[in-house]
Ligand binder design. Sequence first.
Ligand SMILES: Nc1nc2c(c(=O)[nH]1)N[C@H]1C(S)=C(S)[C@@H](COP(=O)(O)O)O[C@H]1N2
Ligand SMILES: [Mo]
Length: 419
Amino acid sequence: MSRTVSGATRRTVLSTTVAAGAVATLGPLAAPATARVVAPGGPILKPLPPEQFVDFGTNAEMRWDAVDPRRRLTEQSRLFVRNHTRTPVIDRDDYVLRLFGDGLARPRSEGAAVELGWRDLRRLPVTHLTSVHECTGNGRSFFARQQGTPAAGTAWSLGAVGAVTWTGVRLSDVLRRVGLGHRAVSVQATGLDDPYVSGGVDYGRVRRPFPIAKALDDAILAWGANGEDLLPDHGYPLRLVLPGWVGIASIKWLGSLEVSRSELTSPWNTKWYRMTGGDYPTDAPPLTVNPVRSAWELPWGAELEAGRRVVLTGRSWSGAGPVTRVEVSTDGGVTWHPAARSGHGYGHGHGHGHGHDRTQGRDGAWAQWSYVWDRPRAGSHDLLARATDAHGRRQPLVTPYNDGGYFFDAVVRHPVTVA
Ligand SMILES: Nc1nc2c(c(=O)[nH]1)N[C@H]1C(S)=C(S)[C@@H](COP(=O)(O)O)O[C@H]1N2
Ligand SMILES: [Mo]
């Protein structure tokens, strides 16, 4: 059954004849347009085979032991899902993105929003961008498992992350074509999924503001992932992607963008997705850039053969830039050894060749690495991997506690048994 999720008074489209660099002529159309959710979705629509996912109901994480070391990117069918409610199914032909606010060159109220449909967006230059896409709470379960201080929220292991090449248009191009005012400071993205209700409180639609600087830097509006259309679970027909930033910043099923001359707020940057509790001040800022993390492509408690040469693989990533160094410890952190960069020549090629060493991660994907563990002794061991990024941020051994269980970036002690 159809359901109207956004009623619009006017439809305006991008001019097809606009010269490059010029501001588009926006003409109202007679017919009102709506974006309709054509079918109520499940919490998650794509299959979640248990050998590939841990299913939390509205959320599901990728299993690191199911990751193919030869694939650089994460296929959508394997990518984690984080839904506040459930995946809506939206018809691309009905879809419109609404832009409004006093930060536009010609300020518009929400009711008089500029509306861009799928074909309008397709007239803008297409761009491709690879980023590591990750939930703020990735690794949350290790606050309990490793530090004895459980934090509320989905008990992710390390699988709420993936590397994706997005296809879409630059948000800066969209804003310039629509007409961006000189005094714009903040953009708020709002999803078309159901309003989020928790503890009897209706917080409204999932939405989060971000600075105009990020909008004009590398933000994109994506309709594709790794060369395919977005799956419904990942935001079809259009999602925002703020590369390197906390997952919540990349609003799925993007319904509107408010461009404002004043700082916008929402519960997703004041109540959630900023540090609270622990030793944090009460006025800690909203979280933005993701930290540095690492994972082994191994089952939890993997069984390895004693007395052999064991080749272990994993990946490291950072929201701030490339990973420059990965060290491994097999003795609980007493000694550290460099991991070797690997994964070159595999996965989806994308323009530049994928040589080893520094190339991994330079394009926004993660660093793949391997470590040869020569003739491990029988018994129980913890494998530790510690990465450093181009900004000199290195994974700590302990992450200070916060109530939301965000940014667990400490080195994870991955247990294995050698027999
Ligand atoms: N509209 C909308 N956008 C959203 C969310 C949501 O529930 N609704 N979840 C956010 C969170 S917390 C994360 S981590 C990412 C997850 O994206 P994915 O499900 O495509 O992996 O989407 C973000 N964007
Ligand atoms: Mo998230």
